[in-house]
Design a protein around this ligand. Sequence first.
Ligand SMILES: NC(=O)C1=CN([C@@H]2O[C@H](COP(=O)(O)OP(=O)(O)OC[C@H]3O[C@@H](n4cnc5c(N)ncnc54)[C@H](OP(=O)(O)O)[C@@H]3O)[C@@H](O)[C@H]2O)[C@@H](O)CC1
Ligand SMILES: [K+]
Length: 536
Amino acid sequence: MYVVTAEQMRQLDRETIEGLGIPAIALMENAGRAIAEEIIALCKRQEKVEPAAWNGSREGFHVSGDAALTLGTAAAERWLVLVGKGNNGGDGLVAARHLSEAGIAVTLVYAVPPESLTGEAALQRDAAAAMGLSAVVYGRDRLDIAAYSGILDALLGTGAAGAPRGTYAELIAAANSSGKPIVSADIPSGLDADTGQTHEPCIHASVTVCLAFLKRGLLQYPGAGAAGHIVVRSIGIPSALVRKQGSAVYWLTPAVLRDVLNVDTSRQRSPEGHKGTYGHVLLAGGTLRMSGAGLLASRAALRAGCGLVTWALPRRLLPYAIGSVPELMLAEVGGEEDGSWNKDTAVEVLKLSAERDVTAAGPGLGRFAGDTEWLRSIWEGTDCPLVLDADALNILAETDYRIWTSRRHPVILTPHPGEMARLAGISTVEVQRNRIQLALDYAREYSVTLVLKGAHTVIATPEGQAFINTTGSPAMGTGGAGDVLTGMISGLLAQGLNATQAAAFGVYLHGLAGERASHQRQDPSALMAGDIIEAL
Ligand SMILES: NC(=O)C1=CN([C@@H]2O[C@H](COP(=O)(O)OP(=O)(O)OC[C@H]3O[C@@H](n4cnc5c(N)ncnc54)[C@H](OP(=O)(O)O)[C@@H]3O)[C@@H](O)[C@H]2O)[C@@H](O)CC1
Ligand SMILES: [K+]
């Protein structure tokens, strides 16, 4: 599913209206109807009423109607529709007409004097008035929010700029504190549609009826938390226009994995396959103090389905690792007496990598004298895809690796927000301010596939595509979960998936496994990284 910015949405509106000749008012009609249908669906979910015996289905002559715009319990519903000055308000006015038609008592609350509405919104204002819908102007007329059963927020949409001002801010605060279910038109008012930042105040919706295409701000936190349940409804803007626009940001779903990324999600293996068919991962990581990171990444690579995994580790660590995972191959590469790595180990790693399909480095690696040189020789000397995580990223962050010799095979970086901050030379707060754009910019500038971890991980490619993953659980915020992801992505690469496929599918499966593992625990916070591997 496509994810767009507010500016892209404006262009798509324009191309539909001016290019295809579909009147703006038609789009607004579709939008308002979709919103009304979702409000009625919400009312039906809340009030499960059995149909009267005489009203049930019967044999014989049958006529059906607009079930989505019909509500048996309409008489019990009273909805407030908060109307802003722009087209978002216009959408709300259309929805109000449909709700009223369904028998729901509706009151319009204009945030600004209705005379200030223009264009299509003004037409809708007049239609609502002609239908006799009751209306008040906020700040001028009396309003008792407690008397209503729900609120439609049609104050601000993709045309909003900055924090809600004046009466908009007052209405948002009053709606939030009312405790009533709030349905937002397009985006919660007060949300930055592109970055996902929530202004003060911002609507906290139960349902957001997103119009036409997902907006970036709805997938990025904290906006994703303010939107409630998101329903995307088409309003007559063809998706071919998005493709033409070259928008390449997707919400990562099984359909996107299959149809956009060509991933075989069935994971069928050939009856003639053998361990050699599924590739060989080399993992360089782990020290005496952080052996677990290497173990977790190696085991996860095996569980992701690759044929073989060799764990390259310092000599001092070897006796402790033997037998810990019998399926693993171990290769000691020298190192220091205290069990840490040194720069001379690069020679052994390169030798080993020549016989493997993927090299992964970083989990539990630690820092050591000459580590930049060490990583540079691995970057320049390995002739296979490279996955870098943890301390390998911290090493990269301290150097301009764009001057290193360019590689024939892709590099995947898997930073968490703290590591990303170091890589990009900004603060973690700035990283989280607009994760999608930052990931897109970084991946393009540094020619890497970037996996920016955290709630709703972003996968960005050097070619300018991005995929936003929404599988996963807060329980996965636990030591080692990142090492498991590194192993999974490496294991998928070894099986022949390309960098984007492996990163996206790896992140998606990692989240699913985390969800499954946390459900298996009585208390989700008991989840440990190893449980994610076992849930694969
Ligand atoms: N045909 C179409 O185009 C379609 C549009 N669609 C719908 O329209 C929405 C976009 O509509 P839009 O562009 O009219 O902007 P919108 O979000 O309603 O608000 C802008 C108004 O608010 C004001 N304002 C701005 N910031 C403010 C602030 N911080 N605090 C207070 N006020 C602020 C500003 O007024 P100003 O301050 O400039 O006088 C401006 O007039 C979109 O989300 C979707 O719902 C869809 O149905 C598809 C078809
Ligand atoms: K809104």
